[in-house]
Design a protein around this ligand. Structure first.
Ligand code: DQA
Length: 149
C-alpha cells in the first residue's frame, strides 16, 4: 500500500519567508519542506514536496497523485479562491485531501473567505502558521491507516 503523500504548494509560496512576513512568518519553504520530511519520516510517509506558480502544473501533479498517492496536502495559495480547474482535478482523486493555509484566511479580506478547494478537502487547517503542514500530515497518516485497516 502506497504511503506517498504529495505536498503541493501554489503561487508565491516560493517567496515564503520574504513575502509579507507579518502575515506568513519568517520560515522559508525549504524550512517547511524539512519539517514535512522529518514528520513524514516519523509517520512512515514518503513525501513529495512541490511548488509551482503555474495552475496547469499543479493540475498535472494532482493527476499524477490520483494514480500514485495515498494522500494530498495542498496549499493552493491564491488559486484556492479562483480555481474551479484545481477543484475538478481534486474531485477526481479518491485519496484523502487536506487543505492548508498558513494565515487565518477568515480574518483577512472577504475574497479569501471562499475556497473552491474546500469542496474536495477532508479537512482544512488555517491560521496555524507553517505548523499547519505537519498537522495536516498527521491527519493524512491517520486517514490512510483508517482506510487501509
Ligand atoms: C494562503 C492564503 C491565500 O489567501 C493567499 O493567496 C496565499 C497563501 C495561506 O497560506 O495563508 O498565497 O494560502
Amino acid at each position: 500500500m502506497s504511503r506517498l503523500v504529495y505536498v503541493i504548494n501554489g503561487p508565491n509560496l516560493n517567496l515564503l519567508g520574504k513575502r509579507e512576513p507579518h502575515i506568513y512568518g519568517s520560515e522559508t519553504l525549504a524550512d517547511v519542506e524539512a519539517d514535512c520530511r522529518r514528520v513524514g519520516a516519523d509517520l512512515g510517509l514518503d513525501i513529495l514536496f512541490l511548488q509551482s506558480n503555474r495552475e496547469y502544473e499543479i493540475i498535472d501533479w494532482i493527476h499524477e497523485a490520483r494514480e500514485t498517492a495515498a494522500g494530498i496536502v495542498i496549499n493552493p495559495a491564491a488559486f484556492t479562491h479562483t480555481s474551479v480547474a484545481i477543484l475538478d482535478a481534486l474531485l477526481a482523486c479518491a485519496c484523502p485531501i487536506l487543505e492548508v493555509h498558513i494565515s487565518n484566511v477568515h480574518k483577512r479580506e472577504s475574497f479569501r473567505h471562499h475556497s473552491y478547494v474546500s469542496l474536495a478537502a477532508s479537512g482544512v487547517i488555517a491560521g496555524f502558521g507553517t505548523q499547519g503542514y505537519t498537522l495536516a500530515l498527521q491527519r493524512v497518516a491517520r486517514l490512510i491507516s483508517e482506510t487501509s485497516a
